[in-house]
Structure formats: structure tokens, C-alpha cells
Design a binder for this molecule. Structure first.
Ligand SMILES: Nc1ncnc2c1ncn2[C@@H]1O[C@H](COP(=O)(O)OP(=O)(O)OP(=O)(O)O)[C@@H](O)[C@H]1O
Ligand SMILES: [Mg+2]
Length: 251
């Protein structure tokens, strides 16, 4: 008899309240190793808050977050990162006065908890920059990177921490159609070539549906749909949160 592998990430009953406001309520989902999961939902539906609770930027009010079989809910961000979860920020926040390589180097040391040599950190930093299709020489600077370049740098910094699970808060708004496609293909390549499991947060459905294996849709902090990208496109509840009630839609 074969036994199914336990999920790499298991979120159960995750709840986050800010004062009297519940931003995330009872969210549960799992992610299998090697999977790309799309976490979708309209603006303000709780996607980034869910990410921040997993990544240790926020302490969950209730619920459990298990990674590789161990509870990580409430651990600080640096500890979560060292255990193998890398994340990008929706709003890129590089060190603008440092080079691209220095930005990635800092991330490599952070992810390793300071336990690697400078040479090893540099190898990890260059590898991450190349994977994100950025120059890995010592001179390339942050100045001059456009919206797409800044997102690549976010990705490179997350990859330099050598994650087993990548939480990509992508938000492709601000990119043109070709840049969106390139960003989606890059995430797919990272999974295919490196076997890195990915949770991709996005509020635009379009290009995401072509690369994710499964979709979880949030609305007002709760899961309203979980299934294949195909089923998501046909689901009336998903259509309603994205397009409004049927009677209000243009014919
Ligand atoms: N620190 C905070 N304090 C109070 N309210 C917050 C805080 N962070 C988020 N919220 C609120 O929680 C809700 C969910 O926000 P969140 O950023 O998780 O949404 P999102 O799904 O990532 O949206 P977007 O697509 O715009 O990025 C929003 O109503 C937001 O205003
Ligand atoms: Mg967000």
C-alpha cells in the first residue's frame, strides 16, 4: 500500500485580526512539494496577510502553519527563512545604494543565518541573479531597473536564501503583457529546473492560470474556491468576486 507524501506546507484555520478587523479568517490549504499554487483574490482579500503569517512577518491570531512536518506559526521571519521559506515583497524594497550583487549577497547570508563563507554566499548570489535573468557582475546597480527589473531583483533576493518553498507576492500590475508572460515563465522555470515549490499570489487571474497547478481563491479573508485553473474559470463564486454579480455584468 502506498502512503501519500505529507504536504510541504499545511495551513490550517489561519486567522489574523487587526484590532476588531478580521483580515484572514479560518484559511486552510496545503501545498505539495514541487507544486505551483496560485493564491488569488481581489484587492484586500487577505493574500499578503496570509503570506506574512506564513513567513513570520505577522503572528497569526489563531491556526496552524506546518512546514515540512513542523509547526512554524509564530516563528520570527529570519527563522522561517532559515528553515527554507523564501518570500518576495509585493512592493520591492531593495537596498538602493547597494549593487544587485550586494543585495543578493546579503540575502544569501540572511538565509544561511550567517553560517556560510563569503565565497559560498557569492556563489549563491550570482546563481540567484542569473536565475532571475539579472546581470551578476559586481557593478550592476539598482538605479535604472524598471518595474519588471525590480521584481526580478525581489525574486533573486528570495532565491539567494536557497528556499525549498518560494512565496511570490507578485502582483503583476504595472507590467506590460509581455513582461507578465515572462514573469510567469520565469516562475515555472524555477520550479521545473530547481524543484522549488511555489505559492504565487496575484490578483490578476490571466497569465497565472497558464502556469499554476492549482488555485486557491480568497474573498474577504476566507477561501471561496480551491481547484484546477480550468475549474476556477468556470466557477460562479470566483466569477462573482472578480466580475461582480451576474446582473451587474455587461452583456
Ligand atoms: N497591518 C494592518 N493593520 C490593519 N489592517 C490591515 C493590515 N494589513 C492589512 N490590513 C487589512 O487587511 C485586509 C487584507 O489586506 P491584504 O494586504 O492581506 O490584502 P491583499 O489580498 O494582499 O490585497 P492586494 O491585492 O491589494 O495586495 C485589507 O482590508 C487591509 O486593509
Ligand atoms: Mg497584497
Amino acid at each position: 500500500m502506498s502512503v501519500a507524501a505529507p504536504p510541504l506546507l499545511a495551513v490550517e484555520g489561519l486567522t489574523k485580526r487587526f484590532g476588531g478587523f478580521t483580515a484572514v479568517q479560518g484559511v486552510s490549504f496545503t501545498v505539495a512539494e514541487g507544486e505551483i499554487l496560485g493564491l488569488l483574490g481581489p484587492n484586500g482579500s487577505g493574500k499578503s496577510t496570509t503570506f506574512n503569517c506564513i513567513a513570520g512577518m505577522l503572528r497569526p491570531t489563531a491556526g496552524s502553519v506546518r512546514f515540512a512536518g513542523r509547526e512554524i506559526g509564530g516563528l520570527p521571519a529570519d527563522e522561517v527563512c532559515r528553515r527554507g521559506i523564501g518570500r518576495t515583497f509585493q512592493i520591492p524594497r531593495p537596498f538602493r545604494h547597494l549593487t544587485l550583487l550586494e543585495n543578493a549577497l546579503l540575502a544569501a547570508h540572511y538565509g544561511a543565518g550567517g553560517a556560510i563563507t563569503q565565497a559560498e554566499a557569492e556563489a549563491r548570489a550570482r546563481d540567484a541573479l542569473r536565475l532571475a535573468q539579472l546581470p551578476d557582475d559586481a557593478h550592476a546597480t539598482v538605479a535604472g531597473l524598471g518595474a519588471a527589473g525590480l521584481k526580478k531583483l525581489e525574486l533573486a533576493r528570495a532565491l539567494a536564501t536557497r528556499p525549498r518553498l518560494l512565496l511570490a507576492d507578485e502582483s503583476l500590475g504595472g507590467l506590460d503583457a509581455a513582461e507578465m508572460r515572462a514573469a510567469a515563465e520565469m516562475l515555472k522555470r524555477i520550479r521545473d529546473e530547481r524543484g522549488i515549490t511555489i505559492v504565487w499570489v496575484e490578483h490578476i487571474m490571466g497569465v497565472l492560470l497558464s502556469v499554476v497547478d492549482r488555485v486557491v481563491v480568497l474573498d474577504h479573508g476566507a477561501v471561496i474556491f480551491e481547484g484546477t485553473p480550468q475549474a476556477a474559470q468556470e466557477d460562479p463564486k470566483v466569477a462573482e468576486v472578480y466580475l461582480g454579480p451576474p446582473e451587474a455584468r455587461a452583456a
